[in-house]
Design a protein around this ligand. Structure first.
Ligand SMILES: [Zn+2]
Length: 445
């Protein structure tokens, strides 16, 4: 390894180590000539604190003697490391107090550029490691915001120097297969799949399959995904690399492709996007209470009152997502609609979202929104008796049924990248097929 690859802090640490060694050797042989069992190893093990080194290095000897009693050079400075798991209700000030560390110390740490401010993100479950010397001076603070990341703050003089250490997990390819009897989540759990992964699987196929309404007994899926390990310990799931979902006898296949701009998306084997330019339903709903019907007879008023959208029932507060990317035309309130949002998507398409309990932050006229961005929350404002979203989809100014309208495709793999796409996707799909054959053999199909 080339020394120029060392992070700055390592260089500083080496300088500090070098300094301490000089000081230590001088102190050792001038003050305590009897001790001849001196080796490099013991120096490294019994390092004085960085604080002491700095005091020693910065203060001239004469001044030291007159100002303070000179710190007796100690052959052994013990440091203690305490591991602290952040509990609910904890904050840094509280934890510092608990460990007898001063608010000034905390202030120095959180104002350490550029990483100090990240200490304010501590959250229950995160881990902190305090290393203090005999005098309870903080020598090092390590903070792990996640299983792969450690922020290390090492004392340098009166301040700290922070470095970020990110571990690269080992990625192991894994496979699962499940056959659904009635619930996709139950089938997935039985197959040993985590709910978050099942959710991501459903998101890949959401444009082709409605996971609330279309799932039937006998539907099945095969999924190729990554498991992440750190020092042989399972720490979570990585990406879904490829998957096949068989819904009511129809097979849908998807493969992950990272394009040359490093955007990741799922495509079918021929390079068409799995996504459409619009979400079929702009929220996670429990049922439909009223369908699109232009000739509906109103139950109370007994006359034809068209229902130009779909009413999706969901608990109050459920996030409502922009069905497609576009520009907000209106985010306002009326007596009938309650809080509502209208989005224009290019020249042809407009979507409307009614009865919101409230708008999401930043949602206002002329704001740009991306597909899947939260624009508001389910409520029952306006003429609504229970929490639901009334959703409308207009093509060239004409109301269409959001459940059945043909949605435009998202962009396919660019022509210029088709060869690259094939090179990356063919092995993944082959692995998925190989696995599928083994399963079918095992099941005697
Ligand atoms: Zn409605």
């Amino acid at each position: 390894m080339n020394s120029s690859q060392f992070p700055k802090s390592h260089v500083i640490l080496s300088i500090v180590l070098g300094l301490s060694l000089c000081w230590f050797v001088i102190a050792k042989f001038s003050g305590d000539p009897d001790d001849d069992r001196f080796t490099t190893e013991t120096v490294l093990l019994d390092l004085p604190t960085v604080d002491e080194i700095n005091r020693q290095a910065l203060l001239p000897g004469a001044a030291t003697a007159s100002q303070n009693p000179a710190p007796t050079p100690r052959a052994v400075t013990n440091t203690t490391t305490k591991k602290v798991s952040v509990a609910p209700g904890d904050n840094l000030a509280l934890l510092f107090k608990k460990h007898g560390l001063s608010p000034q110390e905390l202030h120095r740490l959180v104002t350490t550029e550029p990483l100090g401010s990240r200490l304010k993100e501590i959250f229950p479950g995160h881990e902190l490691r305090f290393t203090v010397d005999d005098a309870n001076t903080l020598v090092k603070l390590e903070y792990s915001p996640g299983p792969l990341e450690v922020l290390e703050f090492t004392r340098v003089g009166d301040g700290y120097e922070g470095v970020e250490v990110v571990a690269e997990p080992e990625r192991v390819t894994a496979y699962k297969h499940a056959t659904i009897d009635h619930s996709m989540f139950i089938a997935s759990q039985r197959a040993g799949l985590d709910d978050s992964l099942t959710m991501r699987l459903a998101q890949i196929f959401q444009w082709d399959i409605d996971f609330v309404l279309d799932i039937r007994a006998g539907d099945e899926f095969y999924v190729l995904f990554e498991e992440l390990y750190l020092v042989d310990r399972f720490i979570g799931y990585g990406k879904i690399l490829a998957a096949e979902f068989i819904n009511q006898g129809d097979s849908y296949r998807a493969v992950l492709y990272t394009d040359t701009k490093l955007d990741e998306s799922y495509y079918d084997p021929s390079g068409h996007s799995m996504r459409k330019a619009f979400l079929r339903a702009p929220l996670s709903f429990t049922r439909i209470s009223s369908n699109f019907n232009l000739r509906r007879t109103h139950p109370l008023w007994k006359r034809t009152m068209p229902h130009r959208g779909i009413d999706y029932v969901a608990p109050r507060g459920t996030p409502i997502l922009a069905a497609g990317s576009g520009k907000i035309l209106k985010a306002t309130r009326s007596q009938a609609n309650g809080n509502f949002v209208v989005i224009r998507h290019g020249e042809q398409f407009v979507t409307k979202y009614l009865h919101l309990s409230k708008f999401a932050r930043g949602v206002r006229s002329n704001a740009r929104v991306e597909q899947g961005q939260t624009i508001g929350y389910v409520g029952a404002t306006g003429w609504a008796t229970a929490p639901h979203l009334h959703y409308e989809f207009l093509v060239n100014g004409v109301h269409r049924n959001p459940r059945t309208v043909k949605l435009p495709d998202a962009d396919p793999v660019p022509e210029s990248e088709i060869d690259r796409f094939s090179q990356l996707s063919i092995p993944r799909l082959a692995l998925l097929d190989n696995y599928k054959q083994q399963i079918q053999l095992a099941l005697g199909q």
